[in-house]
Write a protein that binds this ligand. Structure first.
Ligand code: C2O
Ligand code: CU
Length: 469
């Protein structure tokens, strides 16, 4: 792993040396078709040519009972069908990992197998589970070992995700390919009659950097990893053949540090119906949505009347074309007006706490210590948590063990955006901003985490342990 330093705090990541990236890029290369990597890869100077696009990969679906998930190096074809092998790290050989689909009330029994050369543990981001199942770094297991998870899924229908969470190694493991979607369904969702099967598509959007041989390469900077190309579901330059009907897109920002500004090339709005913690109380039509690392969106999009046309999903921040929708014939359906469930509002906090995200490695002046409990929170009491920063934002702030409700943002962008209503587990804090949320831990007692989900900040120590007591 490349060593990160916080110039402000002069903190150094000393957990591992410089050899780690080399081990990925070179050590695994032998397994991955060196022959076909040696050909010329001239990046033509000259007139622009139309980008060749490849079919969007959709990860296989699995169920949480008796599931084995193995984290290991593997070889994939990022240009799905382009036949060029790339070394990545993946769950069960799939990049992104298989999509876990669960029903509320179901029991998850998942065996994690560590097929990496470093310790690892998996966190179910957004899932409310007891602490031995939460993937806290103190439970990381060494190479070759396994970790057994068993928990009952009891929360609203929503899109969550899973990814490694080992101490100081999260950024590298996620960036090299270890992440997957975890969809929770319930009876409320079933009654809405939303698009399903081929009309419900997970979109894991992230950035990536490839080495000269085309392998994923982790090149972190103190300010956060910035990849050179976008990937959607692990596919380069993807397209999706759609009919001219109604679709539901389950969007996750799976990037280490990058924020995306999503919009459609034809200027059509997205209909946002949900986010991190499930459905909003009312649908909202938006031309642009900014999504920070680890945030999720539940979007409806109708391609009615667009048969024969192409619509591009764009990132307005980097100016990237993320995904082309090639609209065919057939299909029906415009965006319906949904009766979305009401959300009970948290109110009257008993305690107020302020957390300052300082530099790139500290919360309230402290670098993370795996063995230190930073604060204790009474079970079942509503608290107001105020997030502030002394600089080096953006900091996407994430809480384990409960969802929260965003109350206000003052300074900076000065508002709570429509995609920040309802239940959230990650909220973006920009420089100059104060964000207040209400949170109540009424799921389980135990040790959970508060941290910056810019994974390079997390790995440098911008994380705290708290205990729900
Ligand atoms: Cu998505 Cu503590 O993590
Ligand atoms: Cu941060």
């Amino acid at each position: 792993m490349t060593r990160l330093t916080d110039p402000i705090e002069d903190f150094r990541l000393t957990r591992s040396g410089f050899m780690r990236v080399a081990a990925v890029s070179v050590g695994v290369l032998g397994a991955g078709g060196a022959a076909s990597l040696s050909g010329s890869r001239a990046l033509a100077a000259g007139p622009p040519k139309p980008t060749t696009r490849y079919p969007l990969r959709v990860p296989p679906t699995v169920f949480p009972a008796s599931l084995t998930l193995t984290e290991a190096p593997t070889v994939v074809d990022l240009a799905n069908g382009g036949k060029k092998p790339s070394n990545v790290w993946a769950y069960n050989g799939s990049f992104p990992g298989p999509t876990i689909v669960a029903q509320r009330g179901e029991r998850a029994t998942i065996q994690l197998v560590n097929g990496l050369a470093d310790e690892t543990i998996t966190h179910w981001h957004g899932m409310i589970v007891d602490d031995v199942n939460d993937g806290h770094p103190r439970f990381a297991v060494p190479p070759g070992a396994t970790y057994p998870y068993a928990f009952t899924i009891d929360q609203r229908a929503c899109l969550n995700w899973y990814h490694p969470h080992p101490h100081m190694l999260t950024g590298e493991q996620v960036n090299l390919g270890l992440a997957g979607a975890f969809i929770v369904r319930d009876g409320v969702e079933a009654l809405l009659g939303l698009p399903s099967d081929a009309h419900e598509v997970p979109l894991i959007v992230r950035d990536a950097t490839l080495d000269r041989a085309g392998n994923l390469e982790y090149t972190p900077r103190n300010g956060g990893f910035e990849g050179k190309i976008p990937l959607v579901n692990g596919t380069r330059d993807p397209y999706l053949a759609v009919d001219s009907g109604l679709y539901r897109f389950r969007v996750l920002n799976g990037a280490n540090a990058r924020i995306f500004g999503l919009a459609l090339s034809n200027g059509a709005p997205f209909t946002l119906i949900g986010n991190d913690g499930g459905f909003l109380e009312s649908q909202v039509s938006l031309n642009r949505i900014d999504i920070a690392p680890a945030e999720r969106l539940d979007l409806l999009l109708s391609f009615a009347g667009l048969s024969g046309q192409s619509v591009m999903l764009r990132d307005l921040r980097a100016g990237w074309d993320l995904l082309e929708f090639r609209v065919g014939a057939g299909g029906a359906g415009t965006v319906p007006t949904l009766g979305l469930p009401t959300i009970s509002k948290l109110s009257t906090p008993v305690t107020t706490r302020t957390f300052s995200f300082d530099g790139m490695s500290k919360i309230n002046g402290k670098v993370y210590d795996l063995n230190r409990i930073d604060f204790r929170v009474p079970f079942g009491e509503t608290e107001l948590w105020r997030f502030v920063t002394k600089g080096n934002a953006p900091h996407p702030v994430h809480v384990h063990g409960a969802s929260f409700q965003v109350q206000s943002r003052t300074g900076g962008r000065g508002q709570v955006f429509p995609w920040e209503r309802g239940w959230k587990d990650t909220v973006l804090l920009e420089d100059g901003e104060t964000v207040e949320v209400l949170v109540r831990f009424d799921g389980y007692r135990g040790i959970y985490l508060l941290h910056c989900h810019k994974l390079e900040h997390e790995d440098m120590g911008m994380m705290a342990n708290f205990e729900v007591v």
